[in-house]
Design a protein around this ligand. Structure first.
Ligand SMILES: [Zn+2]
Length: 202
């Protein structure tokens, strides 16, 4: 069976929801929206159609093969082969699929997503802290301990937020290790946030 026929067979026998399930993407109990896997978001804005997905936020739009290719980071032909391996058992290929490599890719993907989330949370918290130092400098008298502490923190916070803002994943990964080693972060106490409403006072 040549690859073009395999592709046609898959298109005629499976739907987008089958593919998403096979890719371990959580499907909604009701409705047809999931969190987009092409950009990071809190509220689902990716619509599932029979044979496509479309993200209303980032306009990502792909079919069964494009989605597989994106999520598993596979070439287009390999995404066809991978889907065939999931949905057409017993099919003989001329080529072969390196499952170990795919497992590695998934692992890297998960690690990279985790790092992104850490980066966003940490950046948010450090920015809150930085704003607090600016507030303290504006409102406190210069001879108070609060003013002094704010001045001491300002520089390091500026430096750390710069790394999170302009650095790459390698920089963030190193910073995370340093922060865990020196502050016990993320055991570092959570900042009270007025935004979001997810944290309670007291
Ligand atoms: Zn998106």
């Amino acid at each position: 069976m040549i690859i073009r026929d395999i592709k046609e067979t898959l298109k005629n026998t499976i739907e987008m929801r089958d593919v998403l399930k096979a890719l371990n993407i959580n499907l909604p109990g009701h409705g047809n929206k999931i969190k987009c896997f092409a950009h990071e978001e809190k509220n689902p804005s990716m619509q599932i159609y029979q044979n496509r997905v479309y993200c209303f936020t980032c306009q990502f739009s792909e079919d069964l093969f494009g989605v597989t290719s994106k999520v598993l980071n596979l070439s287009f032909p390999d995404s066809i082969k991978w889907l065939a391996s999931q949905f057409m058992p017993g099919l003989q290929f001329d080529g072969h699929i390196d499952y170990e490599a795919i497992a590695q890719i998934k692992l890297q993907r998960a690690a990279s997503e985790g790092l992104q989330i850490w980066r966003n949370n940490t950046y948010h918290r450090l920015c809150e802290l930085f704003r607090a130092t600016q507030e303290a400098k504006r409102t406190l008298k210069p001879d108070t301990i609060g003013f002094f502490v704010a001045c001491q923190l300002e520089g390091p916070l500026d430096y750390l937020t710069d790394i999170l803002n302009f650095g790459n994943e390698l920089d963030w990964s190193e910073l995370r290790q340093q922060m865990e080693a020196s502050w016990g972060y993320p055991g570092y106490p959570e900042l009270k946030s007025a935004k979001g409403g997810s944290r309670h006072a007291g």
